[in-house]
Design a protein around this ligand. Structure first.
Ligand code: ADP
Ligand code: MG
Length: 366
């Protein structure tokens, strides 16, 4: 793809900058006002290195808006409005639709990890955007929470095609840079990417969203410290296929496991297939944790067609040991009356068995 920048002088005077909403390796993103159209837009500013060749840098940085323009018919990819080089400021400007709720990373930063239904909605949108791009032979290659923008709680858009690559006839694409927290095995091996590389990145994103960043980051730091990160990625040890927050149902774990298979051929054939597996998941209960301290864990589940549930885990300490009691209650939405569904721990549960029991419960009521 070749971009000519000769007549691309970007008229920055049309815009009034408002606030900075993002800063990355390559530049900054601001909310601005388009004074001609009288609306808010997002503007990405990429400062060029004046000691280097400006034409080359401009050409490279203008590939992103060009590919966004090419993908603009998808409702699941952020819409680009304008782009160009401003030679006076030595900056590339890219204007886009402004999504005031920001990225999924904001949600993750606020809540730690996201409830399952929200994550399923995010993944469905993400995979629709990916499917569209893949049909046009565009690989995204930088799928992560900060590159998924929120439209509303049911709809999300894929953004930041800064690292995209085009698939060639032989079926693979070259890769320059990739985000270090999730380098796919095939990139470690040969720096060659395919649709399955995006599927892998979508799988890791899925894992991050249900578990929270800490769960992945901790494993990453440990493998890096041991100097065995590459080994761990190539041998299905990073991320751990067994470490999950206990409320994550096994149907979700199964999809992630398939998406992040070390062998690209064993992953989902395409984004649509992965999306269809996600669409098959019907959640009856929307579980939210309302309390978690040293002695008491409480989860509440809302259901549209069944009774609401409440799960209470209490730590008991006697002279000799500590154990947990687990109670599952049915809650009448109108009266607030609670009835015991099951007391899992007439035979008290030891600390290490607690997680296993909770996994079982969440797998029965999801
Ligand atoms: N169109 C937009 N609307 C709202 N926020 C945006 C928009 N584009 C980017 N952002 C915010 O700015 C951040 C960085 O933008 P991004 O395009 O991912 O640039 P970078 O290449 O620096 O990662 C995003 O994570 C998001 O929080
Ligand atoms: Mg980004």
């Amino acid at each position: 793809m070749n971009v000519s920048v000769k007549n691309n002088d970007f008229d920055f005077s049309k815009y009034t900058l408002d606030t900075k909403i993002g800063a990355g390796k390559f530049g900054e993103v601001w909310v601005c006002r388009n004074n001609i159209f009288r609306r808010k837009e997002a503007i990405k500013r990429i400062r060029l290195d004046t000691s280097g060749n400006l034409q080359t840098q401009a050409r490279l940085n203008l590939l992103e808006p060009r590919v966004l323009e090419y993908l603009k018919k998808s409702d699941y990819i952020v819409k680009v409005f304008d782009a160009g080089l401003n030679k006076e400021l030595n900056e590339i400007f890219i204007t886009m639709e402004y999504l005031p709720k920001g990225s999924v990373n904001n949600l993750l930063a606020k809540h730690g990890y996201l409830d399952i239904q929200t994550v399923l909605n995010i993944m469905k949108s993400l995979l629709k955007g990916l499917e569209y791009a893949h049909n046009l032979k565009i690989l995204h290659l930088d799928i992560k929470p900060s590159n998924i923008l929120i439209v509303n709680k049911n709809k999300y858009k894929l953004s930041d095609f800064g690292l995209f690559s085009i698939k060639r006839e032989n079926g693979s694409a070259d890769v320059d840079i990739i985000y270090d927290l999730h380098i796919p095995p095939e990139i470690f091996k040969a720096r060659k990417a395919s649709e399955q590389t995006d599927i892998y990145l979508a799988g890791i994103t899925f894992y991050r969203l249900v578990n929270g960043d800490i769960v992945l980051r901790k494993q990453f730091d440990e493998w890096i410290k041991k100097g065995k990160y590459k080994y761990a990625v190539l041998n299905s040890k990073y991320p751990s296929r067994n470490i999950y927050r206990y409320h994550v149902p096994s149907c979700v774990r199964k999809i992630i496991k398939k998406a992040i298979n070390v062998d690209p051929k064993k992953r989902y054939k395409d984004a649509a297939q992965m999306r269809r597996d996600i669409e098959k998941i019907k959640l009856d209960y929307d579980w939210r944790k309302s309390r978690d301290d040293d002695r008491l864990i409480v989860w509440n589940a809302h259901s549209d067609n069944k009774n609401n549930l409440k799960l209470i885990c209490e730590k008991k300490i006697n002279l000799l040991e500590q154990f947990w009691t687990i109670k599952l209650l049915k809650v009448n939405e109108k009266s607030g009356k609670e009835n015991m569904v099951h007391e899992f721990s007439k035979d008290y549960v030891k600390e290490r068995v607690l997680v296993k029991r909770l996994c079982e419960i969440f797998n029965n009521y999801f």
